[in-house]
Design a protein around this ligand. Sequence first.
Ligand code: PLP
Length: 383
Amino acid sequence: MINISQPDLGAEELDAVREVFASNWLGYGPLTRAFETEFGEFLDVPAEHLIFLNSATSGLFLATELLGLGPGDDVVLPSVSFVAAANAIAATGARPVFCDVDPRTLNPSVGDVERAITPRTRAVLILHYGGQPGDVKAIAAHCAARGIPLIEDVSVSIASAIDDRRCGTFGDIATWSFDSRKVITTGDGGMLYVRDAALSRRAKRMAYHGVADRSAFTTASRVARRWWELDVQEVGRRLIGNDLTAAIGRVQLRRLPAFVERRRVITEMYHSLLGGIEGIRLSPPLPRGHATTHYFYYVQLDPGIRDQVAEDLLARGIYTTFRYEPLHTVPLYRADGVFPGTALAAATTLLLPIHQGLDDTDVHTVAEELIKAVEHRSAPTRP
Ligand SMILES: *Cc1c(COP(=O)(O)O)cnc(C)c1O
């Protein structure tokens, strides 16, 4: 089976884990802080504003809570979003309000976001589809002008940037994912960035039992006379990462440029193998100055054959899929409304396997089988 995505872990990660075992400190400690520092350098933001969490979903839930969302509030998000985004909004009592996306890039334009804004809109939550930065710069400017906080779900766009400014640094709060399907992984894990200093300090408390000074929980604490006393300031949860997963993350972050380069090469290969084939539409070129993570590779097919082509490929051992099933069609979030771009994207888009472990032969196999399936399914049926 050729997988759609696959982790890439090796000897270096194993060595890093071995060192953590030897240190006998598994919790949130020096390696977690080192990972946050390195991530801050990578993003070019102060490391104090970053928190290594146990998942991106934890980050999204923390973000909506930090913004004080609740009943009566609206949050705009593209219908083509991962379900965790809508869940994080709904969990506060606020209402997810969906906007349309461009049928070719599957990202919302600033106009799509603007049209969904109501007088009760208290936040906007976007992602960068498959790693394409999209209209994030204009959306961030629009939100800033209206005083509406912007949350960026950067789960799949760790290496994405516009004019060398990284995605995740355009909005007010951002969350990255290191789950096992993402470009870099820690098994489970996420990173949260909070631009505002006071809010980021609050995020740290809320990520760990509401405790202001975490040293009460560490054996290394020698500061207070009664170091077991807890300075609890508000209701918190337990969302932090640990040194074991941070150790893996540090190695993966160092390997990220090589991962993205391999994915770029695979993208180019698919483009040249599939370009000009009747019935297969390639994804649009990136605007000037945009850099992508190459998280997804997708083509667009006639809606009449897309599902059959996916089935044919699965029968040939090639896993393809579509992300993200539009949330306005999911039972819990079913919403009326006209989303023509979303509907077209959802009917035509097919994601092909892409990960740094995919070799050239696999890429050729996928392209050849796709071309065959499209030809076969497009052929007029004989009477
Ligand atoms: C994977 C993913 C998430 C959730 O990440 P976890 O770390 O598994 O919680 C959220 N949003 C998007 C766009 C994702 O792809």
